[in-house]
Structures are given as C-alpha cells and as structure tokens.
Design a protein around this ligand. Structure first.
Ligand code: THU
Length: 139
C-alpha cells in the first residue's frame, strides 16, 4: 500500500469539495483490493443533514462500481483558504467509521489521516472503532 500516492489522490479530491456552509474541505482516496483508487469529497446541502462526508462519497462510489473489498483510505481535510495544522488531522466521523466497518476487516484496514505526503498518521479501523458492530455480529 502506497500511502503517499493515496494522500496525493485525496489532496486532489479535496479540491472538488462542495462545502459552501462549513467551508471545511475534505478529500478521500480509497484503495480497493482490485488495485483501483476511488476518490470522494464532502458534499453539503442547504438542508444541512443530507451532507455526505468525503469518506462515504468514496465508499459509495466504489460499491456502486461493484467493488466491496478495500485496503486503506486516505483523508485530507482542512478549512477552505486555510492551511493544515501539523499533527492535527481530519479523522473520520462516527458514521463513516461504521460504514467502513461494513466492508473491511477492522484489524487490517488502514486509515491514513493526512495533511500532506509528509505529515500523516495511520491507524487501523479497529483502533478508531473498538468493538465495532459489523456483519459478523448478525451471523
Ligand atoms: N467531513 C468529512 O467529509 N469528513 C470527515 O472526516 C469530517 C467531516 C465534512 C462534513 C462537512 O461537510 C464538513 O466536513 C464539516 O463537518
């Protein structure tokens, strides 16, 4: 898994952010086990609650293309016109953690929270969502 390549794609995806309300721009790049990268940005809405995070945009793009197995996701988020703060990252929200839980092995899946190709932190989904509820619980 090439973390820097995924971060580069997330930085590009962030440019597509539609965030006129929060002015907080987020990009995500999700690496499928098929080797393809699925990107996403946050998409806000005047009614606020329909807002979709960058991570879920990427996941839903991939799943709707028939890809349901993933290795890693890179996330880059900071305010429009601002600069990222070193060591401070956009961590996925609880809903996005749960959506990831549906498709990945939390022990193996890497979440790369990044500001740049040089400034990032990697955690497994298990670290971000301990004792998560997933498809295995329903077996
Ligand atoms: N947001 C994301 O897209 N991903 C995150 O990891 C955190 C939050 C978006 C949602 C909303 O458009 C904006 O950032 C402010 O919460």
């Amino acid at each position: 898994m090439d973390a820097k390549k995924l971060i580069k794609e997330a930085i590009k995806a962030r440019e597509m952010s539609y965030s006129p309300y929060s002015k907080y721009m987020v990009g995500a790049a999700l690496l499928g086990k098929d080797g393809n990268i699925y990107t996403g940005c946050n998409i806000e809405n005047a009614a606020y609650t329909p807002t979709n995070c960058a991570e879920r945009t990427a996941i839903f793009k991939a799943v709707s293309c028939g890809v349901k197995e993933f290795e890693a996701i890179a996330i880059v988020g900071y305010a429009k016109g601002g600069v990222p703060h070193i060591g401070q990252y956009a961590a996925p929200c609880g809903v996005c953690r749960q959506v990831l839980m549906e498709f990945v092995n939390p022990k193996e899946f890497s979440v790369i929270m990044a500001n740049s190709e040089e400034d990032y932190q990697i955690q497994t989904l298990l670290q971000l969502l301990p004792m998560g509820f997933g498809p295995d619980n329903l077996k």
